[in-house]
Design a protein. Structure first.
Length: 313
């Protein structure tokens, strides 16, 4: 048993993967939320993705640990659309920030990503580490994601994984997902020109290029049936729908859109292949797609029927 565990751990480390102690909790961590921002300005906006966490570090951490906290913040910034600005707070000198020492972080009501081990959370909970680690705990009524390790080097390793492979990955995945739903809405409304722009937009459907780049080493190890699904998804999303729209053929674009959605379900639910997304998404973050769809007059069954019927978190 110990030997098997050791092999699994070392294989993980070879690929730069930290020890993840509670996988689903980590994947469902509430990194972002949606808020009303710029209230009282003409551009007031009802649903904007803002950070739901602050990124914290202990006061005695070395510079490289603080630097990795900043790197996590950078990728979080790619996921969010604003830091959560409202003119009233700004007038009072309160501009939200994202990276701060733990003492300050605990004064905010937010969930915390704590980078490093020289801090109160790790001491109070008596946490110990066997290598680069990501671990979700509860502390003083909030969720805390601990980025730990036996030394600073291991903390940095775990922190970089969190920044790029988790937060950065989700940034691309969600931008693409919400754009994919919007794309369907635009096709329904006959707005083909806007739909074509959305397909090419690096913050739109093409945001997923980031994920394809991050997944490049994984792609090589995928079994052939999974590779086929990926290629099919990409061909439909980036070439065939665009071709149908350029030809003004909305019905064909809609049929292709539906074929692309089936590929999401094949990997996420494991239809005909091994299930690749091994957790149920965070409902609060995911559900924005439903409101985007509704804003185009689409109800759930426009998309969730037949093999893509599942819609329960
Ligand atoms: C080749 C398989 C595959 C295909 C095809 C695929 N996905 Fe995924 N997707 C995954 C995996 C695996 C994950 C989880 C990665 C992880 O462990 O964080 C994921 C995660 C996501 C997430 C992040 C969810 C979260 O809670 O972290 C979103 C959003 C997403 N996919 C959207 C889509 C959409 C939309 C499509 C179809 C247009 C799609 N995916 C097609 C494999 C796939
Ligand atoms: C315009 C199309 C569209 C509409 C309308 C729509 N969805 Fe979705 N939904 C999607 C796509 C695409 C996915 C695939 C992404 C994924 O699996 O994470 C998805 C995924 C989901 C999931 C995740 C399933 C899981 O466990 O992985 C749930 C839950 C869900 N939708 C609920 C709803 C509900 C409830 C409604 C109506 C209020 C709705 N959706 C309307 C396109 C749509």
């Amino acid at each position: 048993m110990a030997a098997i565990l050791w092999i699994i751990l070392s294989v993980g480390l070879v690929f730069g993967k930290p020890i993840i102690e509670n996988f689903s909790e980590l994947k469902r961590f509430p990194f972002v939320t949606y808020a009303k921002v710029w209230v009282g300005t003409p551009a007031e906006s009802k649903e904007v993705a803002v950070p739901n966490v602050v990124i914290a570090y202990g006061r005695r951490e070395p510079a490289q640990v603080v630097a990795v906290a900043a790197e996590i913040a950078y990728y979080l910034g790619q996921w969010t659309e604003d830091v959560g600005l409202n003119p009233r707070d700004v007038r009072k000198g309160r501009i939200p920030s994202v990276v701060m020492p733990l003492g300050k972080a605990l004064e905010t009501g937010k969930h915390i990503v704590i980078v490093g081990t020289r801090n109160r959370v790790v001491r109070d909970l008596g946490l110990t580490f066997r290598g680069p680690t990501l671990k979700v705990v509860e502390y003083k009524g909030r969720k805390v994601l601990v980025v730990g390790g036996r030394n600073s080097k291991e903390v940095v390793k775990a922190g970089r994984f969190l920044a790029t492979r988790i937060v950065g990955f989700k940034a691309g995945a969600y931008r693409t997902f919400f754009s994919f739903v919007k794309l369907r809405g635009l096709i329904e409304k006959g707005e083909y020109e806007a739909a074509l722009h959305l397909i090419r937009d690096p913050l739109g459907l093409s945001a997923c290029g980031k994920n394809m780049s991050l997944a490049a080493p994984m792609m090589l190890r995928f079994p052939p049936d999974v590779k086929k699904i990926v290629k099919r998804r990409n061909r439909i999303m980036y070439t065939e729908i665009a071709r149908a729209l350029t030809a003004g053929n909305g019905e064909e674009a809609k049929r292709l859109w539906r074929e692309a959605m089936k590929t999401c379900y094949r990997c996420h639910q494991g239809l005909g292949i091994e299930r690749l997304r091994k957790f149920v998404p965070n409902a609060e973050i995911h559900s924005r797609h439903q409101r985007i769809a509704r804003s185009f007059g689409l109800d759930c069954t426009a998309c969730h029927r037949g093999v893509t019927e599942i819609r329960g978190y």
